[in-house]
Design a binder for this molecule. Structure first.
Ligand code: NAP
Length: 466
């Protein structure tokens, strides 16, 4: 009898997923483009090797599987996925299913589904979060496919996913690209949260003059309170790590240039396209880009001093910072869920937002204590698709926003950059204004381009007497 599932791509994620699947009692046939990697993987599999079948070609992989076949792809997004899909296609039969577990752009998932239209071969888009540990011991899995396809993939995906209170953190979130869309926005929120945490670190380092070790202790303390989250926990951990070579904290000798692979940018763009801007994500992506402009930053710092800037820090700065991060995080989640709700409506995915919050509670990178309240809020229905209107969050925001305002004000005055926290506050102040300033924009647009405007006191379309 053939293996339960095939897996292509034994990199960081694929190798760990294969071991996780095997440990859950399924048999897995594996294939990797570079065959040496397959051999090394099999050696590392120890007692799980009996559940694994190494194969040396796609033909051998396909022949090793029980029909109808299921094959997981865990290769980099984009061209690698297309090349594997096209190479597999002639080897597969109607009823077979390919499952893209990488971080695909959901637009590409939609396009691949149209390419497969009429072949009888299925394509499941499944976003997997949790890094290497998650892949090995239980990730959060966001799936887009038909109900019938989900019934086929769910026994394996639900078994390998993280469990929260014994409930699997794997769910079908809609058809076609829904899973990859939600995974993309998950990563967007991850970008925003990481940026805000690094801004808090920067304020303590450059504003208060504290050492990495001292700052790490603050993060460790915060992790026991309202900010409890995996990202806060690992921030405390990395700040405490000593480097032998420099005889100091390792974080002090890590170059301040952040990498990125695309999901943050996709999130920001998709949210903009939907008219539901995720400004905290935009700020986080921009900050990573700025971090890579080292030469320009250096040149500008030679020209522009921080003359005129005030000092930073008061007795309550660290307490205010904790609440400011809470407000910023809530804004980032609210923006992310808002974009997901808008995409769900546009694509008729019917994404169960409460289920999204639930499956993010374990296994994934943005797991945090707040997600329990978010799941409860969505279970009860959220007005205007915005978490911040919910009674569970109004009291938290009411306390946290003044602190965010204090931190943003003090940082601006001190010349310390906190783009994501500032973006959160600017968005919040805009989204809570019943009367904004777009009336002037409409007047300007009509003046130079005859774009017309609506009036508040009469119905119809008007032009001004310019
Ligand atoms: P990785 O460690 O770089 O491994 C990539 C794998 O894909 C390798 O097995 C590589 O084979 C194979 N591959 C690359 N190009 C290929 C091609 N053109 N044709 C066939 N195989 C190809 O990557 P990873 O971190 O496991 O990421 C895999 C996917 O998971 C990506 O979509 C990534 O965004 C997503 N993801 C990653 C993480 C994470 O924390 N790393 C978390 C969630 C999701 P060779 O050995 O031949 O190079």
């Amino acid at each position: 009898m053939g293996a339960s599932v095939g897996l292509i791509g034994l990199g960081v994620m694929g190798a760990n997923l294969a071991l996780n699947i095997a440990e859950n009692g399924f048999t897995v046939a594996v294939y990797n483009r570079t065959l040496e990697r397959t051999a090394t993987f099999m050696e590392s599999a120890d007692e799980l090797a009996a559940q694994l079948t190494p194969t040396g070609s796609l033909e051998e992989l396909v022949a090793s599987l029980a029909a109808p076949r299921m094959i997981i792809l865990m290769v980099p997004a984009g061209a690698a996925v297309d090349s594997q899909m096209r190479a597999l296609l002639p080897l597969l039969e109607p009823g077979d299913l390919m499952i893209d577990c990488g971080n695909a752009d959901f637009n590409e998932t939609q396009r691949r589904l149209s390419e497969l239209d009429g072949t009888g071969i299925g394509w499941v888009g499944a976003g997997v979060s949790g890094g290497s540990d998650g892949a090995r011991f239980g990730p959060s899995i966001m799936v887009g496919c038909t109900q019938a396809e989900y019934e086929r993939v769910s026994p394996i995906l639900s078994a390998i996913a993280a469990k929260h209170d014994d409930v699997s953190c794997c769910a079908r979130l809609g058809t076609d690209g829904a899973g990859h869309f939600v995974k993309t926005l998950h990563n967007g929120i991850e970008y925003a949260d990481m940026q805000m945490l690094s801004e808090a670190y920067g304020l303590m380092r450059d504003g208060l003059g504290w050492s990495a070790g001292d700052i790490g202790e603050v993060f460790a303390r915060w992790n026991d309170g309202v900010l409890n989250a995996y990202l806060v926990e690992i921030t405390a951990n990395v700040l405490a790590v000593h480097d032998e070579a420099s005889n100091g904290p390792i974080v002090d000798v890590i170059a301040d240039r952040a990498g990125q692979k695309g999901t943050g940018t996709w999130s920001a763009i998709e949210a903009q396209k939907l008219g539901r801007p995720a400004t905290t994500v935009e700020a986080a992506v921009s900050a990573r880009c700025v971090s890579s402009q080292g030469a320009l930053r250096s040149a500008l710092s030679d020209v522009y001093s921080s003359e005129g800037a005030t000092g930073f820090g008061a007795d309550d700065t660290v307490e205010a910072l904790e609440l400011a991060l809470l407000a910023g995080r809530l804004c980032a989640y609210a923006q992310g869920f808002n974009a997901i709700a808008a995409a769900s409506e546009l694509h008729q995915w019917n994404v169960p937002l409460a289920r999204v919050a639930e499956i993010w509670r374990a296994g994934c990178i943005i797991r945090s204590r707040l997600l329990d309240d978010m799941a409860e809020a969505f279970q009860g229905g959220v007005a205007h698709d915005n978490l911040l209107t919910n009674e569970l969050f109004v009291p938290q925001m009411t306390v946290a926003i003044p602190a965010l305002r204090q931190i943003v004000g003090d940082s601006v005055a001190a010349g310390l950059p906190i783009p994501a926290l500032s973006a959160a506050l600017a968005w919040f102040d805009g989204i809570r204004q019943p009367r904004g300033t777009a009336n002037l924009i409409q007047a300007q647009r009509d003046f130079f381009g005859s774009h017309s405007f609506e009036r508040t006191d009469q119905s119809g379309i008007f032009h001004g007497p310019w």
